[in-house]
Design a protein around this ligand. Structure first.
Ligand code: PBG
Length: 310
């Protein structure tokens, strides 16, 4: 009766990794329980999540090296399996909420989220590429565009491109305060998308900075974001709290791959009680102020809820 915080299944978004082809379920070593799926099996996975009450998903493509180039042109090529998959998923499950990823890294031969010219990540030249990617995803039927690239001005640029192409109903969840974090390691293994040289510190945020998150949030709000995200979640609960206090927009938190991997590894060693620690993590992210949590735990949390364990 006096409990202040509740984790509802409707507040969870489940990230899913995809590969081209059929009958593929490729486990990701550093993320036990998480796979790369081909579309046929992904549809089944989504169906079983929907049955559990998990209804929102974030899709990430693992792209073959031969399709990568400097300008990430394959990201908006109509033959891109990711775009075809979005169409098929929305056709089969119109009520599922599907979010995309907008960033160059899965398609970039440099492995960076922005365009690399002479060893530098160039902000403004990246914006039209991201916008083309977003419009292609909107055309395919995506509900929420998720720019994870951290270029300045990209929310405004994407909003304008969506609106001028008639996609006024497609919303944007901006990766607002995305930190240059060590906790993305397993994700980059999953997508084989690590930077070929350098790091992401010129565009992702310094983990030491909190007030900068406010500046990022103000810019994203003015540019037309519908949701603001903090990423990672667990080391940044103060930032989640701060943005929730300062903004009227819904706040999401990305409970990232490294946070998932840590808990799974400890659980596999018998060093921690998974069934208690996992819901405690999600509850803490909620308590800090997140309205929405992107988490690899979503499906298991749904299974536990079905059994009445959480
Ligand atoms: C890349 C992207 C990353 C994640 C989501 N989108 C990795 C990165 O910035 O290098 C990380 C997600 C996770 O670790 O779970 N645009």
């Amino acid at each position: 009766m006096v409990r202040e915080t509740e984790v509802s299944l409707t507040s969870l978004m489940y990230p899913l990794f995809m590969v081209d082809g059929t009958s593929k379920q490729i486990p990701i070593n550093s993320m036990p329980g998480i796979n790369r799926w081909s579309l046929d099996l992904l549809l089944k996975e989504i169906e079983s999540c929907l049955e559990l009450g998990v209804q929102s998903f974030v899709l990430f493509p693992a792209v073959e090296d031969s399709l990568k180039d400097q300008f990430a042109t394959h990201s908006y090529d109509p033959s891109n399996f990711y775009l075809k998959a979005i169409r098929e998923i929305k056709k089969r499950f119109p009520d599922a909420c599907i979010m995309s990823d907008v960033a160059m890294d899965p398609y970039s031969s440099d492995g960076h989220d922005g365009l690399v010219i002479d060893g530098k990540i160039v902000n403004d030249e990246t914006l039209p590429i991201l916008s083309a990617m977003a419009v292609a995803q909107a055309e395919a039927g995506i509900d929420i565009i998720g720019p994870s690239d951290m270029m300045d001005g990209r929310v405004g640029s994407i909003r304008e491109a969506l609106d001028s192409n008639g996609f006024t109903d497609t919303s944007i969840m901006s990766y607002t305060a995305k930190y240059a974090s060590a906790f993305y390691g397993p994700f980059r293994e999953a997508l084989d998308s690590a930077p070929k040289s350098g790091d992401k510190k010129t565009y992702q945020m310094d983990p030491a900075n909190k007030w900068e998150a406010i500046r990022e949030a103000e810019l994203d709000s003015v540019e037309g974001a519908d949701f603001l995200m903090v990423k990672p979640a667990l080391c940044y609960l103060d930032v989640i709290h701060l943005l929730k206090e300062r903004s009227e927009l819904p706040i999401s938190a990305y409970n990232v791959s490294g946070e998932y991997a840590m808990l799974k590894a400890a659980a596999q060693n018998g060093w921690i009680q998974y069934e208690r620690a996992m819901p405690e993590m999600l509850l803490s992210i909620k308590r800090a102020g997140a309205d929405i949590i992107l988490t690899y735990f979503a499906k298991e949390f749904g299974e536990m809820r079905k059994k009445g364990l959480v």
